[in-house]
Design a protein around this ligand. Sequence first.
Ligand code: GAL
Length: 689
Amino acid sequence: MTRSTMPRLLPAPDGTSRPRLGYGADYNPEQWPREVWEEDVRLMREAGVNIVSLAIFSWARIQPSRDVWDFGWLDDAMDLLYAHGIAVDLATATASPPPWLTTAHPEILPVTANGETVWPGARQHWRPTSPVFREHALKLVTAMAERYADHPALVAWHISNELGCHNIYDYSDDAAAAFRDWLRARYGSLDGLNHAWGTAFWAQRYSGWDQILPPRLTTSYPNPTQQLDFKRFSSDALKEHLRAERDVLRRITPDVPITSNFLVTEGTGGMNYADWAGEVDFVSIDHYVEPGPQDRDELSFTANLTGGIAGGLPWFLMEHSTSAVNWQPVNLAKRTGDLARDSLLHVAHGADAVCFFQWRQSAAGAEKYHSAMVPHAGTDSAVFRAVTGLGRTLAALAPVAGAEREPAAAAVLFDWDSWWTSELDSHPTSLLRYRQEALDWYTALLDLGIRADVVTPDTDLDGYRMVVAPILHVVPQDLAKRLTRYAEAGGHLVTTYFSGVVDENDHVWLGGYPGALRDLLGIRIEEFAPLLAGAGVALDGGLTGTLWSDGITLTDPAAEVLAHYRSGDFAGLPAVTRRRTAAGSASYVSTRLGPAGLAGLLPRLLEPASVRSELPEAARGRVELAVRRSATDRYLFLVNRTDEPVPLAGLTGEVLTGDLGGGDGAADGRTLPPRGVTVLHAPGADTPA
Ligand code: GAL
């Protein structure tokens, strides 16, 4: 990722242009009569809104038929927003094709693995590889860019919307043709492809490119490397669309920064954002809380990973919800304090803007029960009061704008290839969940009060004293070398079950598991031993493993056992191991311990790495710490993970602003209210004493 270019907001109401945090929403004025717009901009000012995303789903309104364009309403909205000092992150409006286009060109509609057409009626019903869709979309992008190139409200471009949210996997003939081109570029020859896909198995050898298909509905398991390559291809196909729109924008408006809102969450794992991040001028994401025992840790994990793909530079929270969403089985309203805490947790991890879906709650359509900044109840509502409160808070946090993430001593490695591959079918267990395992380690670190960065494999790991790489399943030769160098040079690597097993083609590293990491870890495993759902295995120290176990033999004199199995087939044998390297170590955890078990084990893993909590004892586990820094200043974000007040004695720094949480506890900046947030401002390391 090159250095990001963030949008420059319009001057503040007091006329100053100093940096500040962005605050706003998706704004859909076309859903409302014109007189409502006047109230919108007045209320935006009242709430402290300074940026909105406009025209995201406006294609049918902007281009009502092939040769008719209607920009009048959008000109009006842009002018009105500008007149009120509100900047515009303008969408290219290509997210959802209009009915006239899908009627004239049904061949742009996606096709499922079963061969069913995905019909219009919702949104995002287009094939990423359709040349016809691309042509119409780029025509619209060109028209938008030419129209608004010089509009003073325009501060950023928003390409499409959540690319791949609904259309990541398309199995159409267009996709088949593009997949073949992609494979030709990757493998060069059919021999190369036949080798990579292991087609000697089940009579799958290809003798012509035209025989190759996406992994459509099959009798049994489709070829695993075909599945993996189709995932890679599908991510790349959407990335190509992103690039095509971006290139038009760069040609016409070279100075306007470009983004596209990413989805870095569990349910939307099809897009490899580590690979996409370098394509945009600044990273932005959408995040929605899915209630559960680790829901806020998941929020923190996702925000942290976003910082990772953004290279530690600031980014935008482009969408979030003020309260309930409309797409979960039961849509819970947020509790007092959640709106601010959830938003500020993103800022803690590098967000320079907090934006919501959407400004005004719709009265009609599929999202009318989704919360917004202005709810159905209007401004006399707890939501709108919380919204205006957050606006004041973000204004007070203006000095944070532009600050980068201060690297932690520990890191959790997150790898899309391992995610995709470890969860393929026909594996030792279908119960393994890659992202959940990574999240469990993250929760355990938070429970111990340890700050850790979530990073991707291309990150320079040298600065981290400890790197946890859960289920690092795909380990190409060069990654094995890098990790070995890291651990030999003094780093402390921790990895888990089902790691090191395959190369980039999903071919097993032979000679015993964990394959590519066998020598580094100093262990050998002959056979996998997954556990049935509900089964557990006891370990030393009262730990219980689930999901997986391994029969481990130590193969290196420098390898030691940190915990044994106490029950099951491997009772008395190693369950957790560590090999001392020249200057560091490499540890292996062979079963799933869950957050509590990992928190019990982690102190032993952290100790040789000298990774310690930066929090006072009373706050450890109850408070999350995230740090942003500029050349001269540090900003300590302290986020209460609990529903109880937490004392913060022992931390120094000027309270940038005290009770940001809106919780119901005491709020003096030295006690964190329930679910509250405090930001401390301290001089930076480079500041002269
Ligand atoms: C996002 C989408 C928004 C809105 C929101 C609701 O996926 O970009 O347009 O649908 O979800 O949570």
